[in-house]
Ligand binder design. Structure first.
Ligand SMILES: [Zn+2]
Length: 47
């Protein structure tokens, strides 16, 4: 089942969220803004 995770681009600082399906395993992500693949997941602080 997919869950929503938050991601941050280390290159331009853009933050966004994406649906992540664990059954698909790790996949390459690219920043929608600058197309960099230096994107890291953020811990979810909003709870
Ligand atoms: Zn970026």
């Amino acid at each position: 089942m997919a869950e929503e995770i938050k991601l941050k681009c280390l290159r331009c600082g853009y933050e966004y969220s994406e649906l992540y399906d664990k059954s698909e395993g790790p996949k390459e992500r690219a920043c929608p803004k600058c197309k960099s693949n230096s994107v890291r997941p953020l811990p979810d602080k909003q709870k």
